[in-house]
Every structure is written in C-alpha cells, then in structure tokens.
Design a protein around this ligand. Structure first.
Ligand code: GRF
Length: 216
C-alpha cells in the first residue's frame, strides 16, 4: 500500500512533530511527512523537520490580509503536494469553517486534555483548578467548532495533589508523544473511519486493546 502523504502544521517547538517524524522514519511506516509548514519563523520545529530531510515552509499569517488569504496560501501548498492528511501539532491559529470543511476527515489535531473537557487554552491549570483526578490528551478529527470532532485516540494520566501545571503538562506531553503517532498509524493503515461523528476501528465501534492507555 502506498504511504499516506502527510503535512504537519506547527507554530512552535514541535515535540509532537518529532514523534510523528520518528514514526515515519521506521522501515515499514505507512505514512510519510512530505511538508512541514509553520506560521512562525525560526521555531525549533522547523529545524527538527530540516534535520529529518523534510521540506519546510513558513507561511506567516501576519503577512496576509485576513484568515482566508492565509489559509488559501496553506491550501495551495497542500494541494500542490497531493497531501492526503494534515496534522495540526501545536498550530496556534484558529482555522475558518471553509478550510476545515475542505479538509474534512483529512485534518487531525492533538489537544492537551480529555475532550470534550477543557477545550481551549491553559488546560493543565484549569484541570488542577477543577480538581479532576484524571487529565490527558486527545487526538481528534477537526470540525469547525474549536477542539471538537470525532475522537481517534485518548490517553489519561492521574492528577496528583502536588502537581503544578508544568508537572502535569509534562506528564500529559509524554502521552501525547505516544498517541499522536498511534493515531497517524491507524489512519495510514486505513484502520480508522468516521461514521456518525464517531471513529470506528476496522468498522467496529470499540478501541483496540493497544489504544486503551494504562493510567500511570
Ligand atoms: C502540545 O501540548 C499540543 O497538545 C498542543 O500544543 C502543544 C504543542 O507542543 N496543541 P509541541 O510544539 O508539539 O512540543
């Protein structure tokens, strides 16, 4: 089966991008990262991509007259590379409904919380503030509403009484680096599809055992 052609959109350090790069570097990887696009110049994620021999591009939203023009520029690059799946990995721009619809079921995101709880920013502070006992991360298909869409993989971690937001963030990030490559792999192996706004695995509405993350 031909490798799935993937683009990754970033705005920062790109540790999740690195996890995806590492997956794609494996011999039998079902996906290849064809292009990394950042809306911010000089970020470390761009260096990670270059080190892996992946083409990069900076498309700076500030240089465009409005969101649509910015997204059109991104879309053109994705289209010209025949990209089949777009992974948002710490991409800090909200996307318009138009872009999201164009890439419907071909656009995924990682969010540092157990959706549908704690959409938006500062999830770790808010989880501690709310007193939840478990927190985590979610990989999901993107829909027009922020941090919404069919859930592909989740991982949970405990929230410890002594946790600072940074400590909790580090525990969650470790899991992000597990579940983002896993989600990409499942999609690239065509083991995942969306039905009725839920993700089915091989046509069955339950998680493969390997996806259920042991809390720890
Ligand atoms: C991650 O926590 C991700 O969940 C969120 O932004 C952060 C990006 O980190 N969307 P990195 O750039 O992948 O290191």
């Amino acid at each position: 089966m031909a490798k799935l052609k993937v683009a990754v959109l970033i705005s920062g350090g790109g540790s999740n991008l690195q996890a995806l790069i590492d997956l794609c570097a494996q011999d039998d990887a079902p996906a290849e990262i064809v292009r990394v696009i950042s809306n911010v110049d000089g970020v470390y994620g761009l260096e990670r991509a270059q080190q892996a021999g992946i083409k990069t591009m900076v498309i700076d939203h500030k240089k465009y007259d409005g969101r649509e023009a910015f997204e059109d520029a991104i879309h053109q690059v994705l289209d010209s590379e025949n990209i089949q799946l777009v992974c948002l990995a710490g991409f800090m721009r909200l996307l318009t409904d138009g872009f999201v619809q164009k890439w419907r079921d071909r656009l995924i995101n990682i969010h540092p919380a157990l959706l549908p709880s704690f959409k938006g920013l500062h999830t770790h502070e808010r989880a501690i503030e709310a007193g939840v006992k478990f927190h985590g991360a979610t990989v999901h298909y993107v829909r027009p509403a922020m941090d919404e869409g069919p859930i592909i993989v989740q991982a949970a971690v405990p929230v410890l009484p002594s946790d600072t937001p940074d400590e909790l963030a580090a525990r969650v990030l470790e899991q992000e680096h597990q579940i983002y490559p896993l989600a990409l792999k499942l999609i690239a192996q065509r083991k995942v599809r969306v039905s009725g706004e839920k993700v089915l695995y091989n046509g069955v509405a339950c998680l493969p055992e390997s996806v259920i993350n042991p809390v720890g």
